[in-house]
Design a protein around this ligand. Structure first.
Ligand code: NAI
Length: 256
């Protein structure tokens, strides 16, 4: 897309964990749709820089900010940097997440549980709090929208594989529905996407070299989804086309 073809500025979007995978795909699509994009990353500054470069080469606007979503001071700094760089936040994608290796509950150590829940649910709470403080009309804001990246695992429980992860995503679904109720008449919509198996590096940490083929057989469509397919759904939920959609948990899972 050339600069002259660029759509009018749509708003400012902050995406957590956006240096790769679904977050990176969402950043590129959001920029192409006219958003200014804050690309949060945890550790990989180089990968985040590549996402920002790709956006800029397409004529979009993006910048990267390091923050660990499990650390409250980091989250506050992340949102403040976003305010300073581009002004009023209009969209948040709570995308950062971790998945442990395949294990039964009776083999899980407390450190794993702490990491899973502090990232997948506490981090999302902290980011949602900061977003609502900026978007809600009750706080003097002008409205906005939040999408939480949950998982179909929340519905299945993922027994024998990663019940901690499934439980954290079920909690994220509850956050989605409860927060949506709190801010529905304050100009803020809150929804979730629940991806099934998506082709990203997240599966590399499960410890199963055949993981992709194992999960592919469980999907009615017979294939894993792509990060872009999830990103397109996120963009729709954040758009004005979804203006009456809030508290929704939208499966993007190939029929599973
Ligand atoms: P990914 O592993 O490529 O992306 C996860 C991102 O979260 C990474 O960029 C990582 O650095 C970031 N992150 C982790 N801990 C963080 C922290 N403390 N602070 C900031 N960022 C942190 O995997 P993918 O697939 O792109 O995952 C994105 C989201 O989609 C996750 O929430 C995941 O649970 C969810 N999801 C993925 C599915 C899949 O099959 N790939 C299926 C269902 C949900």
């Amino acid at each position: 897309m050339t600069t002259s073809e660029k759509p009018a500025r749509t708003g400012v979007m902050l995406i957590t964990g956006a240096s790769r995978g679904i977050g990176a795909a969402t950043a590129r699509l959001a920029a192409a749709a006219g958003y200014v994009v804050c690309v949060n990353f945890h550790r990989d500054a180089q990968a985040a820089g590549q996402v920002v470069d790709a956006v800029r080469q397409e004529g979009g606007r993006a910048f990267a900010v390091q923050a660990d979503v499990t650390v409250e001071d980091d989250v506050v700094h992340l949102f403040t940097r976003c305010d300073e760089a581009f002004g009023r936040l209009t969209a948040l994608v709570n995308n950062a997440g971790v998945l442990g290796s395949l294990a039964r509950v009776d083999a899980m150590q407390s450190e794993r549980l702490r990491t899973t829940f502090s990232t997948n649910i506490s981090g999302a709470f902290l980011c949602a709090r900061e977003a609502v403080r900026r978007m809600s009309t009750a706080h003097g804001g002008a409205g906005g929208a939040i999408v939480n990246v949950s998982s179909r695992a929340a519905c299945f429980g993922a027994g024998g594989e990663y019940v901690d992860y499934a439980a954290s995503k079920a909690a994220l679904d509850a956050l989605t529905r409860g927060l949506a109720q709190e801010v529905a008449d304050e100009g803020v919509r809150v929804n979730a996407v629940r991806p099934g198996f998506i082709e990203t590096a997240m599966h590399d940490g499960t410890g199963d070299p055949d993981r992709r083929e194992t999960v592919r057989r469980r999907v009615p469509m017979g294939r894993l989804g792509t990060p872009d397919e999830v990103a397109q759904t996120i963009l729709w939920l954040l758009s004005e086309q979804a203006s009456y959609v809030t508290g929704a948990l939208l499966d993007v899972a190939g029929g599973r």
